[in-house]
Ligand binder design. Structure first.
Ligand SMILES: C[S@@+](CC[C@H](N)C(=O)[O-])C[C@H]1O[C@@H](n2cnc3c(N)ncnc32)[C@H](O)[C@@H]1O
Length: 374
């Protein structure tokens, strides 16, 4: 099967590595997407175990499309709809891209929907209902270069919604981005890990889940369970394999989140408990300026406010200066990774980044900066 995965801009390289490790073949990356081949077991495994990708779309047809009429007839001919979509099953259509006479995704989605339900009415005298929130099927149409690609999405909601974070602090980063950033740090459970401005704790939770090999999708219901070729025995095998992780017997180094705001610190604790990681991650409610770092070597990761969504831009230079000062005073020999969405601020850290990676945090162009603290 041909599969397209969507991913945050800047994580494509790590994404290629992740999906390849999970069995994807002939993987190619383009901006915010990965294209690859996968068999059914691999597709199930990706949904269960990928930490970096938002969605996996399985291509089911592709056809030329030069306008609304061709789209309407192309959709009807694309697949055996009798097999795929019984009228008692609901669906939703998502659209990306544009084509001739098809420049509004809402209109394009309507064309696809009308094409499907008109055909159902003709065949059965009844039609599927549309359910935008909890559909049985989610079809996806992508238009580009006078071509339409029809796919099915294996999951209703984006895979970054892991379920452990009903409680979010101010401007949290998505779980998928946090997982990708942590992968970039190369933290392997040897050194201490500290987030001095931890918010709802996402970076630490993703890091520890990855280290413990806890699959993020174990508790989810997936839409591929409704597909006509859903293979329950393959699925059960993948689910069993994903659940079967050797429990970690060793001792992890200190993993600490520090948060100034008491309410947010409590949200972080709630999220950690919901993830079952309370024996691994400690949250301390204080300003990082007062935090005592554990002895030994370590990695600091953080996503300080940068004035776009939170933080008063006039106060922030001081916060960055103090963070730089804190690192030099307390964390000599450690590594700092800092997500920054405001280039004016990072200079106040007072250290030179040895590596920098461009990533998008939602629509904000950011840099994931790595400093070796002297
Ligand atoms: C952008 S948020 C971090 C979001 C976090 N990565 C998450 O996913 O939830 C920045 C956090 O830094 C906290 N903060 C600001 N100044 C601080 C300080 N001096 N010490 C500790 N935390 C601070 C804020 O309360 C806020 O929760």
């Amino acid at each position: 099967m041909k599969v397209v995965a969507s991913i945050s801009q800047g994580l494509e390289k790590e994404g290629v590595q992740e999906v390849s490790e999970l069995g994807a073949k002939s993987v190619k990356a383009s901006r915010r997407h990965l294209l690859f081949e996968a068999d059914m077991s691999c597709l199930y495994r990706l949904h269960l175990k990928s930490r970096l990708c938002f969605r996996f779309l399985r291509e089911i047809a592709r056809f030329p499309c030069n306008g609304p009429r061709e789209l309407y007839s192309g959709v009807q001919r694309a697949i055996n709809w009798k097999k795929w979509l019984l009228p008692q099953k609901s669906f939703r259509v998502d659209v990306t891209g544009i084509g001739d006479g098809l420049s509004h995704s809402h209109y394009t989605a309507l064309q696809v929907k009308n094409s499907i339900i008109d055909m159902q009415r003709e065949q059965w005298g009844s039609r599927s209902s549309i359910d935008l929130i909890k559909p049985d099927f989610c079809f996806h149409l992508h238009l580009s270069n006078r071509q339409a690609v029809l796919s099915v999405d294996g999951s209703n909601s984006s895979l970054h919604k892991r379920g452990y974070r009903p409680a979010v602090g101010l401007a949290p980063i998505k779980e998928t981005l946090a997982a990708g950033l942590m992968r970039m740090t190369g933290w392997d459970g040897t050194d201490h890990l500290v987030d001095p401005l931890c918010g709802s704790g996402t970076l630490l939770i993703e890091a520890v889940n990855d280290f413990l090999n806890i699959a993020p999708g174990l508790e989810r219901h997936f839409l591929f369970e409704n597909w006509p070729d859903f293979d329950v025995s393959l699925w059960n095998r993948e689910l069993k394999l994903a659940k079967k992780v050797d429990s970690f017997k060793g001792k992890l180094p200190k993993i600490i989140g520090c948060e100034l705001d008491e309410v947010i610190a409590n949200l972080a604790i709630e999220n950690i408990i919901k993830s079952g990681l309370e024996n691994y991650i400690e949250i301390i409610n204080c300003p990082f300026q007062e935090l005592k770092l554990p002895a030994g070597s370590g990695v600091l990761v953080c996503n300080p406010p940068y004035g776009k969504r939170i933080g008063d831009e006039n106060q922030l230079p001081n916060l960055y200066k103090e963070l730089g000062y804190f690192c030099k005073e307390n964390a000599s020999g450690w590594n700092l990774w800092l997500l920054n969405g405001n280039p004016k601020l990072s200079k106040y850290i007072g250290m030179k980044a040895s590596r920098r990676f461009q990533v998008n945090n939602g629509s904000i162009d950011c840099r994931w900066l790595n400093y070796e603290i002297k």
